[in-house]
Structures are given as C-alpha cells and as structure tokens.
Design a protein around this ligand. Structure first.
Ligand SMILES: Nc1ncnc2c1ncn2[C@@H]1O[C@H](COP(=O)(O)OP(=O)(O)OP(=O)(O)O)[C@@H](O)[C@H]1O
Ligand code: SF4
Ligand SMILES: [Mg+2]
Length: 360
C-alpha cells in the first residue's frame, strides 16, 4: 500500500512523544449491491472516508457520532480486523496495514477489542474460564496450570469470583458478561483497547460500574483506549479528548473545549440533545435540533457532507469540502464558518477530568 500523503496532524497535543496509535488518511470502502431503476448495481460504500487520529499512550480518545457514521468500522480498521482500503495505521511506530497475517497475529496480542454485546462476543458453549483462556491458547501462552491461574486472577481483577470459571455465559447478567468480555480482552496484556459501545447494551444501573472498571484498569495497566459511544456524557467522563464523526469523517476533535465551545454545527446539534440545567444555554441550544436523515455513504453530498442538515449552510458548503482547521488549544473543526483559527495547540496539554456522569 502506498505511503499516504503527509497530512497535518489534526489531533493530539504536541507532547514531543510519538503517539501509541497514529492514523492517517484511513479509508474503508465496502462493495454493496443497490437496487437501481432497472436492475441491481454494484456501488462503493465509503464507510470511513479519510480519518486522521493520534492517541497518545495512556490516554482515551472518545469517538462519537450517529448510527452508521463509521465508528465501528474505524475501530475495526485500526485493529486491522477490517483491512483499510487506503491510509496508514501506525501502532507503536509499526505500520500495520502492510503487515503479513503472521506478523499481524503477533501484533494483535497488544491490541484488543471490547464489544457492545457481551453475549454475542462470548461462545455460549464454552465455560467462562475457557473463553477467557482461549486467546492464550491461540497465541501459545503458558501451560494449562498458568493459564488457569491467569483466568482466576483476571476474574478477580474484573470483580467476579474465580469460582465462577466453570459457569456458562447464560448464567450471568449483562453487566457480568461485559466484565467477562473485558477479562478476555485483557488476557494477553494488551496496551491498546478499542471499546466499541461497551456500555450501550447494559442497564443504566450497571453502566457506571463498567465505566469505573474500565477507568481503574486503565490506571492499573496503563492502557490506551479508543472509546466508541453514543452517549456524550459517558465519553466526556472517560476520555482525554473526543472526536466527533459524521458520515465517515472526523468533523471536530479536541478536549473540554469541544463540549464548552463546540465549533462545528453537528457537534452543537449532538450536544443540544444533552440537557443542561441553565435556561440561557437551553434557549440557545433549542435552535440546533438535527432534522432529516443521514445521507447515504454511497453518494455523500458534495462539499461539506453535513450541508443537507446544516442550518448554517451556504453556497460554498456545496462546492468546497471544509478541512479540519486548528481552533486553538487542541480543538480542530471542519466547517467553513467554524470561526477564526486559533493559536497553535498548547504543548503538553493536560485536560482536567470532569465530574463523573450521572448515569442512574
Ligand atoms: N461489512 C459491511 N458491508 C457493507 N457495509 C457495511 C459493512 N459494515 C458496515 N457497513 C456500512 O458502513 C457504514 C458505517 O458502519 P459502522 O458500523 O461503522 O457505523 P457505526 O457508526 O458503528 O454505527 P452504529 O452506531 O450503529 O454502531 C454504515 O453505512 C454501514 O451500513
Ligand atoms: S461547512 Fe457549511 S454545511 Fe458544513 S457544517 Fe459548516 S456551515 Fe454547515
Ligand atoms: Mg458501531
């Protein structure tokens, strides 16, 4: 795969340390069949259409956007579970897109995925102990005795009893199954985890517990997360920075400023769905309600992909695609009218952690 054109880093403060994960010009296209006027025709669906991201070691990047905007495909393409059509994914300095299957298999132990539906991701015919131990077997790690010891330790780490290793997934609640999924993801001692809506399928009452678990595991093992979610409150609590995705592209990225001073109309609309107990803010936000459906990624709108739903759209929006531009302090937005370009990002930016979200 050819080396992609050098792109300006749209993301990540300049800490002087290379990010653990660095994505440039990532594209994923699927061949799909569409009903045409007379017969079926083959088309290309551009699920991910040129994504640039950096995730520094030990940080969490939140990835949000409406259903079908390409979040899961981005996560899968970073881990090479879905081979990208174009672009570059560097993990700890190694280009993943050109690795052979065998090389990738060795690399995979360092990168894992936690799925939305913990039941679907666990084999119902395997005991919990077998499920957690399976990646060690596949990668030839340890012997029977050490694998059992690791399973018992991991069950304890995720807050479950080691005595439950002989049980089957159906004997557990949704929250417990997600803990088992997390234990399985941890078994090869990864450095990077893509958590794809890990709490969306859980009861509200157990969402906070699972998030707290992910957070404590991050601290304990120095994990780096790409955290995919719909819920902006959850993303804000867990993430160092957030990237907002629309129809295969990142439209805004940054730290707390994205929540406090969103520059892109799409981010403003997403945030207007989150209630804020301030009547002034509420009045302002009510004008920014999203209408209309997300256009098909097979034939995205020309220029700015958000223009068919944007209340600020002007002629230029149909003609020119807005590039991600720095707004200052690590915030970037892709909108012709996002406002003046700010000073360059502050070096070694550290963002304060917001208070835990009210999840119940
Ligand atoms: N294997 C596939 N073949 C064809 N199209 C696909 C495939 N996987 C995903 N898509 C399409 O790619 C687009 C992005 O899908 P993706 O699952 O990445 O979105 P998402 O943001 O994760 O959505 P959700 O929030 O619903 O999980 C969608 O239009 C989807 O229909
Ligand atoms: S570029 Fe135009 S259409 Fe796109 S978000 Fe900005 S104002 Fe709206
Ligand atoms: Mg998804």
């Amino acid at each position: 795969m050819p080396e992609p054109a050098v792109v300006e880093n749209p993301d990540a403060p300049d800490t002087g340390v290379a990010p653990l994960v660095s994505v440039r010009g990532l594209e994923v296209a699927f061949r799909v069949r569409e009903a045409g006027p007379a017969r079926w025709r083959r088309s290309l669906l551009n699920a991910v259409a040129g994504v640039d991201l950096d995730i520094p070691r030990g940080e969490t990047l939140g990835l949000v956007g409406e259903s079908g905007c390409g979040k899961s495909t981005t996560g899968r393409a970073i881990l090479q579970l879905q081979r990208p059509t174009a672009g570059s994914v560097r993990f700890d300095g190694t280009e993943l897109t050109t690795l052979s299957r065998a090389e990738l298999r060795r690399m995979r132990s360092r990168m894992q995925m936690v799925f939305q539906d913990p039941y679907a991701s666990l084999n119902p015919r395997m005991t919990v102990g077998e499920s957690i131990a399976e990646p060690m077997l596949v990668h030839g790690v340890g012997d029977w005795r050490s694998r059992r010891r690791t399973v018992a330790e991991l069950l304890e780490t995720v807050g479950l009893s080691p005595a439950w290793e002989e049980r089957y997934p159906h004997e557990f609640s949704g929250g417990q199954r997600q803990r088992i999924g997390i234990a399985r993801a941890l078994v090869l001692e990864p450095e990077f985890i893509v958590a794809d809506e890990p709490v969306s399928a859980l009861d509200v009452s157990v969402q906070a517990q699972t998030i707290n678990l992910l957070e404590s595991l991050q601290e304990r093992f120095g994990l780096t997360y790409l955290f995919i979610a719909h819920d902006l409150a959850v993303v804000r609590h867990l993430s160092t920075r957030v990237a907002v995705m629309y129809l295969g592209k990142i439209v805004e990225v940054g730290g707390d400023a994205v929540y406090e001073r969103p520059r892109h109309p799409y981010t403003q609309a997403l945030l207007s769905a989150v209630p804020i107990p301030d009547p002034h803010v509420e009045t302002e936000r009510r004008r920014k309600v999203l209408t209309g459906d997300v256009p098909s990624p097979v034939r995205p709108p020309s220029g700015c992909r958000f223009r068919t739903r944007c209340w600020k759209a002007e002629e230029v929006c149909a003609q020119e695609e807005p590039a991600l531009r720095p707004m200052g302090d690590g915030q970037w937005a892709a909108c012709h009218f996002a406002g003046p370009v700010g000073p360059p990002p502050t070096p070694a930016l550290t963002l304060p952690r917001p208070a835990p979200p009210a999840l119940s």
